[in-house]
Design a binder for this molecule. Structure first.
Ligand SMILES: [Zn+2]
Length: 268
């Protein structure tokens, strides 16, 4: 039993961006009824859909207190879209008032979705999801690869009542970009650093980490496997060492920031 509790603790890290994977429920659930997955764990999981298939599963697990569901279409999935997706997405957002929009965005790098037509399609799908975010006042989780100018341009048309919380997931820009983005008043931006990008030995990565204000910093696994989900703990450890704070302090501050994003929903 002691071992099991210990194991649970290691999984209890706030995660600003995670996906479903084959053994997702198994990984987070345990046999006890008060498992950390199904009880009100203090460690939220911002669980992101990438395709419409994910929406079904996500609706099922959204009942778990620690799951904060983000429904959306990933730019890599635009070719698989079926007619009526927008209405179906709006329907889910209405039926689950506590849900965000993600993972959405623009990717000017992945070869299979480039070319004028596909980039235009990416822009359309992204814009429509932004419009839903504005309409329902939901936080968004954004995937942006070499498309900053386009993201900025499209978010200018937000008819939002207030600035929406935007998580730049797997952020890999420079410290200068962090400053620039924070000056953009229309973006209530949060920067999420991902396990797969962590390079503690690289000066560039350490500078980026230090440049993000504490109240804007998030950490994520971006996991698609149980192994990746587990490695989030290492990122907390590494980042805490570089920031010269304790791992628990870092955990508390990421938790606070995730709550700020989530509570922006409650106040809408
Ligand atoms: Zn992702």
């Amino acid at each position: 039993m002691a071992k099991q509790e210990n194991e649970i603790q290691t999984r209890d890290w706030p995660d600003a961006h995670i996906h479903f994977f084959a053994d997702f429920a198994e990984y987070f659930a345990c046999s006890k009824p008060a498992s950390p997955f199904f009880s009100s764990s203090p460690a939220p999981l911002f669980l992101n859909a990438a395709t419409e298939e994910d929406w079904q599963l996500l609706q099922k697990v959204a009942v778990a207190e620690r799951v904060k569901p983000f429904f959306g279409i990933h730019p890599w999935s635009i070719k698989d879209l079926r007619n009526g997706w927008e209405e179906r997405l709006a329907g889910i957002l209405k039926s689950i008032p506590h849900s965000g929009i993600g993972e959405i965005g623009l990717d000017w790098s992945k070869p299979s979705i480039q070319g004028p037509e596909l980039r235009q399609r990416q822009r359309e799908v992204f814009s429509r999801q932004l419009a839903l975010a504005a309409e329902f006042n939901r936080p968004v989780s954004i995937h942006c690869v070499r498309a900053w100018d386009a993201i900025w341009e499209l978010t200018q048309n937000f008819p939002a009542k207030k600035n929406l919380a935007i998580i730049f997931h797997a952020f890999s820009g420079s410290p200068e970009m962090v400053s620039e983005i924070l000056l953009k008043k229309r973006w209530n931006a949060f920067f999420s650093l991902a396990v797969f990008q962590a390079r503690p030995e690289s000066d560039k990565w350490r500078r980026l980490l230090r440049s993000i204000p504490t109240e804007r910093l998030l950490l994520e696994s971006d996991a698609e496997t149980a192994k990746e989900a587990a490695s989030l703990e290492n990122l907390y450890q590494t980042a805490a060492e570089i920031l010269k704070i304790s791992r628990d302090e870092l955990k508390d501050s990421v938790l606070r920031n995730l709550n700020v994003v989530w509570e922006s929903l409650a106040s809408s």
